[in-house]
Design a protein around this ligand. Structure first.
Ligand code: PLP
Length: 442
């Protein structure tokens, strides 16, 4: 949109989109609003309608749309120095790396700054392979790690795996999906077989010497799959036994979303060898990062790594402002408080709608609600309908899961109790309506 020009109508924009944008770029809603403005927790469409945004882009707007402090820092930097690239020395990238070292678990103190989560994961796996001299990579079923050739092969969800020759050397272990336990266990007899599966995979599907395992502390696109508290401790023991490095993909869970610490993996009591992040780090500005143990990055320092836009002064300045806001406004604490409050509301929904709201899970403001029948048959159409109804009533929520039957609630970390109540009311009504509709259909 050119500055000063009126926005196109929704219909005009749709027609133009269909003419010029790849058809593979799909939108969440069948009849997508034309958003033209964001402020705090709210989005505004071209007709001036306000929406409470409880999905924050895709789990990206960590401190609210157009947060004034973040905007001010960004604009000032755009006016001062916008670009040089990594072959020239500038301060914002270095300041950001210093800040990441401060907030990361002890021992992780050197960063490579990228433009996206995909690039961060690419860089992390490359570092793991170069540093270890090994090739194979373990990922988890139902994971999502990005769009590139390598990261789409790491991804174990057919919806995001194009029909191209997969990248080599990648194997998948079972995930800790307690509601649909791959080993048919329940919380009463769980012995963390899913963690033991990592060892089985190493022994049966690799040379016995994989380079690295990559895992999301809580699977995001996979449907807020939240492992039991002791899962990662067990996994890490196995990885250590075989000399396998560990990357925590914190592209969604990072910068405080899980409400326990800056990073989701810290809540599981494990220190990884590398953390990758993106999304919430820039509040919507393109940025990603890998932060690694010094000795790993030092092993490859003889090589040159270039990234034209990675670590550019503008995105780095934005990220620094985002981290400052999270600290100043105590947003990790807020994520826990409002997240716990929402979870209570979700548990109540589950009680009121048995055989429809099947499972509620997550931590902090990384929350999911799985819709399934009493026999666990996923309800993807009903999920899509709930999401559309919420949009019609001014609340944006997300969707995910291998079976597209998980409602995803992942708003900005500074939402209020009032916002939470609006969500509970609007979503509660939508769930009741859709449950009734599907009973009539049956
Ligand atoms: C856990 C995780 N890793 C990696 C990515 C890829 O990030 P990007 O879309 O910035 O490339 C995503 C994106 O949704 C993600 O959720």
């Amino acid at each position: 949109m050119k500055p000063g020009k009126p926005a196109l109508s929704k219909a005009e924009l749709k027609a133009k989109r269909d003419k010029y944008i790849f058809g593979s770029v799909k939108h969440l809603f069948a009849d997508p609003p034309h958003f033209v403005k964001g402020q705090g927790q709210y989005l505004y469409d071209q007709e001036g309608r306000e929406y409470l945004d409880m999905f924050a882009g895709i789990v990206t707007v960590s401190v609210g749309h157009c947060h004034p402090k973040v905007v001010e820092a960004t604009v000032e930097q755009v006016k001062t120095l916008q670009h040089t690239s990594t072959i020239f020395m500038t301060q914002p990238m270095v300041d950001l790396a210093e800040k990441l070292a401060e907030i990361a678990p002890t021992g992780l103190s050197k960063s490579f700054i990228t433009n996206s989560g995909t690039e961060a994961n690419e860089a992390a796996v490359r570092l793991a392979r170069l540093a270890s001299g090994r090739h194979e990579v373990i990922a988890l079923k139902h994971s999502y790690h990005g769009e590139s050739h390598l990261t789409s092969t790491l991804t174990a969800n057919h919806n995001f795996r194009p029909e191209i020759m997969p990248a080599s050397g990648i194997v998948h272990a079972e995930n800790a999906y307690c509601y649909r336990c791959p080993f048919n266990k329940t919380s009463d007899n769980c012995q963390l077989e899913c963690a033991q599966d990592v060892e089985r995979v190493i022994q049966t599907q690799t040379s016995g010497k994989p380079a690295v395992m990559i895992a999301e502390p809580i699977q995001g696109v996979g449907g807020t799959i939240t492992p039991p508290d002791d899962y990662f401790v067990e996994v890490k023991k196995i990885l250590d036994k075989y000399g396998v490095l560990f990357i925590a993909d914190e592209v969604q869970t990072g910068v405080g979303r899980t409400g326990r610490d800056w990073f989701g993996i810290s809540g599981y009591g494990v220190v990884p060898d590398m953390i990758t992040m993106a999304k919430g780090l820039g509040n919507g500005m393109p940025i990603g990062a890998v932060i690694a143990r010094d000795e790993l990055s030092d092993r490859v320092s003889a090589q040159q790594q270039i990234n034209t836009f990675g670590g550019n002064p503008v995105s780095a300045t934005t990220a620094l402002a985002v981290l400052d806001v999270i600290e100043e406004e105590k947003l990790i604490k807020n994520a826990k408080e409002i997240g716990d409050y929402l979870m209570e509301g979700f548990k109540d929904l589950k009680k009121r709608h048995p055989g429809f709201v099947a499972d509620v899970r997550g931590r902090g403001l990384m929350l999911g609600i799985e819709l399934a029948a009493k026999d666990k048959t996923p309800l993807p159409q009903q999920t899509a309908r709930v999401i559309e109804l919420c949009r019609e009533n001014g609340v944006i929520i997300g969707k995910g899961g291998l079976f597209a039957n998980v409602i995803r609630i992942k708003p900005a970390l500074n939402i209020t109790k009032e916002n939470a109540n609006t969500l509970l009311e609007v979503m509660g009504k939508a769930i009741a309506t859709v449950e009734k509709e599907s009973q009539i259909l049956v």
